[in-house]
Design a protein around this ligand. Structure first.
Ligand SMILES: Cc1cc2nc3c(=O)[nH]c(=O)nc-3n(C[C@H](O)[C@H](O)[C@H](O)COP(=O)(O)OP(=O)(O)OC[C@H]3O[C@@H](n4cnc5c(N)ncnc54)[C@H](O)[C@@H]3O)c2cc1C
Length: 389
């Protein structure tokens, strides 16, 4: 006979771990199934840090969700006795002709967020590690910073276990089916389990588990690096913010020194070709190192020391780069969560809460229309975009 639960969560990465925690906290009988070890480096959430920006050029509608996420990161950090969110401020830098800064500023105005606009000289005075192009402008948002991402997954899983969730690592879902009673039955190599609700948060594997989503999601490999700082004092937490930098060479992001002797730099614009997440290794693309190094030498020379390490990580993109958080149209007992497109981690704590709300109450207090499956179907009909991975 199958073991039964209230909710089964498939994929215990950034989003799934938060969902397990939020569900178990409410007294739900939860089973979390994870394909690899808890806290692995094959998906999208590994690495020590993720930027949390409250100013949101991707859309003002994200701000209430990221504000809630920030509160939850702080609250959970207090509960485990170790901070998960670090308020270093976040600096977004772009050319004055780009609309990036204006869109971020608008999101600050819409939601009453503290912010400061800075010209190039002001940025360089405040943060002498930067050497920016003449026409640069920047928006600084002081309540932003970064989240300790790997640590947060382990924290959420630890809290879920303490609240009696059952978490099974190294146990991939093989398939699932609806039951006659309106629930779900899932099968793994080790057993069959039933539940009233199923949360699918498998990150880059979403198109494999829900084939209908394969045409509207594509997986790309991102490379990032850690570089020996030449002037570490300019890159310390109290002197340097989390940042994004849009320059002629592309987009880059980075962090103050924290938890690793190297300066972490990534570039979301060098994703390369579609990537099959079942590829057994995660080798970084060799060409990316040169791109990252050029950026450091030109714009952040204080961090342009030797390469300490390179890693690859996966983005799961939607065509409009907004998330997918919705129930499946034919199976309302199944909730799909693919909050990535390269900017999802900061939201994970709040997405866990949203998923728990959807699983237990059938609704969330947040407006999720931006993340609906319906908007992708409409767009597909209109633009006819195809599958890329
Ligand atoms: C290099 C890089 C930098 C980023 N920087 C930022 C940033 O600064 N700020 C930000 O907000 N976001 C950032 N992001 C995006 C963010 O990291 C992702 O949005 C987030 O990690 C996605 O979490 P997830 O839970 O959807 O995926 P994951 O954490 O990958 O979790 C999915 C899990 O599902 C498991 N799984 C898959 N198939 C199965 C199966 N059949 N059975 C059981 N389990 C399964 C996987 O093994 C995995 O553990 C970045 C991403 C990358 C790659």
């Amino acid at each position: 006979m199958s073991k039964t639960y209230d909710v089964i969560v498939v994929g215990v990465g950034g989003m799934g771990a938060a969902a397990c925690h939020q569900l178990a906290r409410r007294g739900q009988r939860v089973l979390g199934l994870e394909k690899f070890a808890i806290g692995h480096a094959m998906g999208s959430s590994h690495g020590l840090t993720r930027i949390l920006r409250l100013a949101y050029f991707e859309g003002s509608a994200y701000v209430p969700l990221v504000q809630r996420a920030r509160d939850l990161w702080i609250e959970t950090g207090k509960r485990i006795g170790e901070p998960l969110f670090f308020e270093t401020g976040a600096l977004e830098i772009a050319g004055e002709t780009s609309d990036h800064i204006e869109r971020s500023r608008q999101s600050c105005l819409d939601h009453g967020l503290a912010h400061t606009l800075l010209d190039r000289d002001a940025v360089e005075r405040r943060y002498p590690a930067f050497r920016l192009p003449k026409d640069s402008i920047a928006l600084f948002q002081p309540e932003s910073g970064f989240v300790a991402s790997e640590r947060a997954i382990l924290a959420h899983v630890g809290l879920a276990l303490a609240d009696s969730a059952e978490i099974r690592g190294q146990e991939p879902l093989l398939d699932w089916e609806p039951t006659a009673e309106g629930g779900v039955r899932v099968r793994t190599g080790r057993g069959t389990y039933e539940a009233g609700r199923l949360v699918l948060s498998p990150g880059a594997w979403i198109g494999k588990i829900v084939p209908a989503l394969a045409p509207v999601t594509s997986v790309v490999r991102q490379s990032l690096g850690w570089f020996a700082p030449l002037q570490p004092e300019l890159l310390a937490m109290d002197r340097f913010p989390a940042f994004t930098l849009d320059v002629d060479e592309g987009g880059f992001y980075g962090f103050p020194l924290w938890g690793h002797p190297g300066f972490k730099l990534g570039s979301p614009h060098w994703g390369g070709d579609p990537f099959d997440p079942d590829t057994p290794t995660r080798e970084p693309a060799p060409a990316h190192e040169a791109v990252l190094r050029r950026c450091l030498e030109r714009y952040i020379p204080a961090a342009a020391g030797t390469t300490l390490g390179l890693k690859a990580c996966l983005y799961t993109m939607t065509p409009d780069e907004h998330f997918i958080i919705d129930t499946l149209p034919d199976h309302p007992q199944v909730i799909v969560a693919s909050p990535c497109s390269g900017h999802g981690y900061k939201f994970a704590s709040a997405v866990g809460e949203v998923l728990a709300d959807l699983a237990t109450a059938g609704r969330s207090r947040f407006d999720l229309s931006l993340f609906s499956l319906g908007r992708l179907a409409e767009r597909r009909e209109r633009d006819g975009f195809g599958n890329s991975a």
